[in-house]
Write a protein that binds this ligand. Sequence first.
Ligand code: ARG
Length: 464
Amino acid sequence: MSQKETRSPVQAWSGRFTEPVSERVKRYTASIPFDWRLVPFDIQGSLAHAAMLHQVGVLSAQDLMDIRRGLGEILAAFEAGDFPWTLDDEDVHFTIERALTRKVGDAGKRLHTGRSRNDQVATDVRLWLRDAIDRIQALLREARAALLDQAGRHADTVMPGFTHLQAAQPVTFGHHLLAWHEMLARDGERLADCRRRVNRLPLGAAALAGTSFPIDRGFVAQELGFEALCENSLDAVSDRDFAIEFLAAGALIMTHLSRMSEELVLWMTPRFGFIDLPDRFCTGSSIMPQKKNPDVPELMRGKTGRMNGHLVALLTLMKGQPLAYNKDNQEDKEPLFDAVDTLVDSLAIFAEMVPGIRVRAGAMRRAAIEGFATATDLADYLVKKGLPFREAHEAVARAVRAAEEQGLDLADLPLATLQGFSPLVDEDVYAVLTLEGSLAARDHIGGTAPAQVRAAVVRARGRL
Ligand code: ARG
């Protein structure tokens, strides 16, 4: 195609220009290849804007009716998968405005009165993100419910709790899952808080300074369900904090899912053998016939990287921008869209995977025993009998070394042997050396005693 043929008299702003942009520039500057996802929200915003213009006497009743009919048809077509666009249309806002004008004539050309694409796009992205947050919140709740079900089922299942990935003290599997639940519960709080700042109306800021038309921003906010107005027009068109905050909250969600995934991967290796995942969440190897790989949790761990990348991308996008709107901001969309897709997919699959976790209670218990997980209980026992903690720690350390050398658990050592490490040891020591004794002793809010785990599940269900 020659330059001449690509000349774009169609461009809404081309009146001021003496030569057209090149095909390359057109492609470079267009956002329609990705911002078409805003269509329903752009239409929602336009309907509210048009209703307001009519309300304040700027738009006739006939024009409003035409606009409503035209936008309704465009939305219906979009929902049916029919939304044609070309690069000449540049972005979703021009594409819809042109389609509307083709349908209803002059009314379509009047819609943009008192508005700019700058406040329009900021409104669209906020509406879109608000909807995305609500979808993500629902999925977070599903994932949390799945964790709570498993936690309740395994309130008595013993496993070693780890520090430094070394067996530390016995915990229940239910208690471990409740720790995961807490992470996701905080994620929900963060999103709810972020939503309040997403849910403010930029429309009315126009290009940057406001508009000379007698607009009613409160009316538009109410129509669109915004809780508040952006208070300053310059800030309204340039602020993307709300998107950055969302990505930060999203990065934490993925960080949490990634940590959980890492544990699933570890637990699934025969070295641990704590759990098994159903085949539908795993894949095989093209060369090693025996393999069953935990691809889903691995990918979830991997996708955390792209999420963090999106957060850094938007932070970087903003750091050098003078007020007010700059075209840089067009770059906010793809990271945001991909972030939401990643979160929605990851949370949905996680919620589906959790009920499928098959627990190998025997392997968990063996690992707790082999790891001398009740050593602290023995030390606490000696302290309760009057020994200073440091000395108790030392005595138990020697007992562990001896047990290890003989290939025995602490509970297998004869009373006489244990008394060799401290004369305070008595027959009642064996009660604290059992895994169940150790668990039951941690009987306070936040502790791993099975009764506490069950109570925590009930409380958490109440918070859902
Ligand atoms: N496509 C643009 C964006 O995503 C819409 C706003 C364009 N405004 C402008 N003055 N060029 O940011």
